[in-house]
Write a protein that binds this ligand. Structure first.
Ligand SMILES: Cc1cc2nc3c(=O)[nH]c(=O)nc-3n(C[C@H](O)[C@H](O)[C@H](O)COP(=O)(O)O)c2cc1C
Length: 352
């Protein structure tokens, strides 16, 4: 992992994914997901796709300013291209944190305007900001002034009480006027009272046509579509109408999907021929993390989806659930779990 104190000392650390000053490709993005897109999951994601743009979990400005920033910003150099997602609504604080993102070598800084949780609403963070386009614009302007990194916004198509097409266009135009040119649009509204965050990812209907209309109306803006995308076939379809796709839950629960991203969306060779190869490619990293004192189960919980739908996959998961938390659990535990998998059928037909 990068030691962030070094990054602070040296300024902009090595950015292996993207040349300094150039934009990362957002044709395929893995969504920011709290507790899921941790550095351990992202390491696996990067093994499976060299081209996907990865997003961190949301980090609030408060956590970075008052907490252990080094811990929150830590990542492995192989994770590039990597975007840091921030939660906040104070322009000065966001500007400071955007600068930190640059100093730590991130490739993009993204503002969360989509999270519906009560906890963050109380601090004017997340989807509630859709009701305050002027404030979002101030935040974006301040962030852009403090960093040369691309500043992007991830948002919903609306919130309850403010869910009209005109309100969405007002939001886009106000924020674009502050210099944001990339919008990642979760194609459903958020309902800020009465639904849990999980329900808010399932109950409000998806309106992909609204996102397509945004791209048609604002062709100069980069529009990345998000919400409910489960296969590369669906990605291909969306890419006829938008500049990029962002996949969340499916990428986490069935990460082997990522193994087809490079060949299918970028015409690049697939980095890994099999799920077993992918897991074994993680061994040196896992060993180094174990040596740092990270318990095996903190890592393996993010790898459980790798053998999703494969004969022996259930036994693989069961073995890890029963053994990875035990004292002394290590690579031998993983080897035993791997032996439970009969075959992975080499390349998976992920677009079905
Ligand atoms: C466990 C979990 C945590 C999430 N955390 C975040 C977050 O930190 N920031 C954010 O913008 N969205 C977050 N989301 C929403 C996802 O980024 C994405 O917008 C949503 O899941 C819809 O995409 P999907 O249908 O491909 O999963 C989270 C989703 C899940 C499932």
């Amino acid at each position: 992992m990068i030691d962030n104190r070094d990054a602070e000392k040296t300024g902009n650390s090595a950015r292996s994914g993207v040349k300094p000053g150039s934009e990362p490709s957002r044709r395929f993005c893995v969504a920011p997901m709290m507790d899921w897109t941790t550095p351990h999951f992202r390491y696996l994601a990067r093994i499976l796709s060299r081209r996907a743009l990865l997003y961190t979990e949301m980090v609030t400005t408060g956590a970075l300013i008052h907490g252990d920033a080094g811990r929150f910003l830590r990542y492995h150099p192989s994770e590039h291209p990597l975007a840091l997602q921030l939660g906040g609504s104070d322009p000065k604080e966001l500007a400071y944190c955007a600068r930190l993102a640059e100093q730590h070598g991130y490739d993009e800084v993204n503002l969360n305007v989509g999270c519906p949780s009560d906890r963050v609403q109380n601090n004017l963070i997340g989807a509630c900001l859709m009701a305050h386009p002027g404030r979002v614009a101030e935040c974006v302007a301040a962030m852009r002034e403090s960093t040369d990194l691309p500043v992007t916004v991830k948002h919903r198509i609306g919130i309850n009480g403010r869910d009209s097409w005109d309100a969405l266009c007002e939001f886009m135009e106000t924020v674009a006027a502050a210099g944001c040119r990339t919008f990642i649009v979760h194609a459903r509204i958020a309902i800020l009272e009465g639904l849990s965050p999980k329900e808010n990812r399932e109950i409000p209907p998806l309106k992909y046509d609204w996102v397509y209309r945004l791209k048609a109306r604002y062709p100069h803006l980069e529009i990345v579509i998000n919400g409910g995308i489960r296969s590369l076939a669906e990605c291909h379809e969306h890419l006829h109408h938008t500049d990029g796709v962002m996949v969340g839950r499916e990428a986490y629960q069935n990460p082997w999907l990522l193994a087809s991203v490079d060949p299918e969306l970028f015409d690049d060779p697939a980095p890994m021929a099999s799920r077993q190869d992918a897991l074994r490619a993680m061994f040196p990293f896992i060993e180094a993390e174990l040596a740092r004192g990270v318990p095996l189960n903190h890592m393996t919980r993010h790898l459980l989806g790798l053998f999703h739908g494969v004969p022996g996959g259930r036994q693989f998961r069961r073995h890890l659930s029963e053994h990875a938390h035990r004292p002394g659990a290590g690579l031998a535990t993983l080897e035993t779990a791997l032996a439970k998998v009969h075959t992975d059928g080499t390349r998976a037909p992920v677009s079905a």
